[in-house]
Design a protein around this ligand. Structure first.
Ligand code: HEM
Length: 441
């Protein structure tokens, strides 16, 4: 009961927070970049990669890794996303006659496969034992971390050391680390050969590399060029991207589908936008098609307002802080930034429960405080993968709506939100899929 009241249900902490300027003062502060204690629970897996590091190490890595999310690189990653979206669509075809489809596993599989291929260059194979073991370990590891967060007595290292949870963690860490280390070793060998050489006779002989570019290649490249990052550092970052880059995107796509299923007019408007770009053809989307999908982007932004995949973040203050609303918060205080509550502030978002993508039209966005909408956090420690995430969300949702009509099963009023590692419903979300038939042009 204590756990439910204190940690699980968002409703209980859905109080109106301070003004966006309070968030600005905290999140844009150059001093208060340190994360809270719970982030340390991730370190056994992620080491001190970008998400969990602090001080000079964080500064150095952030600067080093920022070019890895340049739009030219994202364009290359989009190819992986298009192919994985095709795999997702072909799986969903088989769901079209069903009265309901639980979408968690479909989207979890899509985002995990996408991040493994873009981060490590590894295509997870359904029938490969090693891939299966790795996928299972990722899911179980998420549960172990959540179970620890929910048991405050296990915050004490001594008690945790002798717990069953730690024994489980040890086994999982072995699987997770050995998988990433093997991938890095193999990639290092490939990297020294001909990663960017075109395959003879390939359709796109001009630019297509033999192996698709992965974030790992960029890290190896940085290392070869003399950056201060060793194999262990590369593993930390690859694991960090894999961790940060799959559940966040999966849960965000699921909530967006729930909202679209329950708002057919908005769904049809998105489908029309897609149709206006690709007509009745069955060609794959291009990167520029995706850039053109402005209404879809507004829809996703509104969905992330209502259901920010990361609803709360925390900082440990390393210096005293005076907020804009004149609260004095002393050094060493843990401050929770309640993104979920901020996004439902009726002063900023009138009728806040209403799903209304028009809030994000260029006219309506004008003048809104930049810290009033922060699904990817804000300031120097914001999400480095936000453009990657938006691209992936757009590709997944556009691919689904191009092929299917999505009908409601769960409704927003049925939801019982939980804080897992990301925002989740207390039970997996379901919708119905029906084949979308476009009129002949
Ligand atoms: C819809 C999907 C996503 C959401 C809602 C999201 C949200 C966030 C938020 C709120 C933070 C700040 C965390 C904090 O201050 O504790 C963050 C940090 C981070 N995110 Fe994301 N994220 C998403 C997708 C991704 C993806 C796809 C990647 C990588 C490919 C990624 C990589 C990271 C990293 C490395 C950090 C730490 C950055 C730093 O501290 O410098 N995220 N994300």
């Amino acid at each position: 009961k204590w756990r439910q009241e204190n940690l699980e249900y968002i409703e209980l902490i859905n109080k109106i927070p301070g003004p966006p300027t309070d968030f600005l003062i905290l999140l844009s502060s150059k001093n208060n970049l340190k994360k809270s204690k719970v982030y340390e629970f991730l370190q056994v897996w992620l080491g001190t990669g970008l998400l969990t590091s602090k001080g000079a190490k964080w500064h150095y890595r952030r600067k080093l890794l920022t070019p890895a999310f340049h739009f030219g690189i994202l364009q290359q990653f989009s190819k992986v996303m298009f192919d994985e979206a095709d795999v997702l669509v072909s799986k969903l075809e088989k769901e079209c006659h069903k009265a309901m489809t639980s979408i968690e596993l479909f989207l979890g599989d899509f985002t995990l496969r996408t991040i493994c291929e873009t981060a490590m260059g590894t295509r997870l194979q359904k029938n490969d034992e090693r891939s299966k073991e790795y996928i299972t370990a990722i899911y179980k590891m998420g549960q172990v971390i959540v179970d620890r967060i929910k048991r405050p007595w296990l915050f004490i290292e001594f008690l945790y050391y002798f717990s069953e949870l730690r024994r489980q963690e040890n086994k999982l860490i072995q699987i997770l680390h050995s998988f990433t280390i093997d991938v890095i070793e193999k990639r290092k060998l490939d990297f020294n050969k001909d990663v960017y050489i075109q395959p003879k006779g390939s359709k796109s002989e001009s630019k297509e590399p033999k192996k698709r570019l992965a974030l790992l290649d960029l890290l190896l490249n940085f290392k070869n060029q003399g950056a201060d990052i060793g194999d262990e550092g590369i593993r930390e970052e690859v694991d960090t991207f894999t961790f940060e880059g799959h559940e966040t995107t999966s849960t965000s796509i699921q909530f967006a589908l729930l909202l679209l299923a329950n708002n057919p007019n908005i769904q049809e408007k998105v489908a029309e936008e897609i149709h206006s770009l690709v007509g009745n053809s069955n060609r794959q989307f291009t990167y520029s098609d995706i850039q053109e999908m402005r209404y879809l982007e507004m829809t996703i932004k509104e969905s992330l307002r209502l259901f920010p995949g990361v609803p709360i973040i925390a900082r440990m203050l390393t210096s005293d802080l005076m907020t804009a609303s004149k609260y004095f918060i002393p050094k060493d205080t843990v401050v929770h930034v309640q993104i979920y509550a901020l996004h439902r502030n009726p002063i900023i978002y009138p009728d806040p429960e209403k799903f209304d993508p028009e809030r994000f039209s260029p006219e309506n966005s004008r003048g809104r405080h930049p810290f009033a909408y922060i699904p990817f956090s804000a300031g120097p420690r914001n999400c480095i993968g936000q453009r990657f995430a938006m691209l992936e969300l757009k590709i997944a949702i556009a691919s689904i709506l191009r092929n299917f009509r999505v009908l409601p099963v769960d409704t927003p009023s049925d939801l019982k939100l939980m804080m897992h590692l990301v925002l989740k419903n207390s039970k997996p979300l379901s919708v119905q899929f029906r084949k979308r038939i476009y009129p002949q042009l």
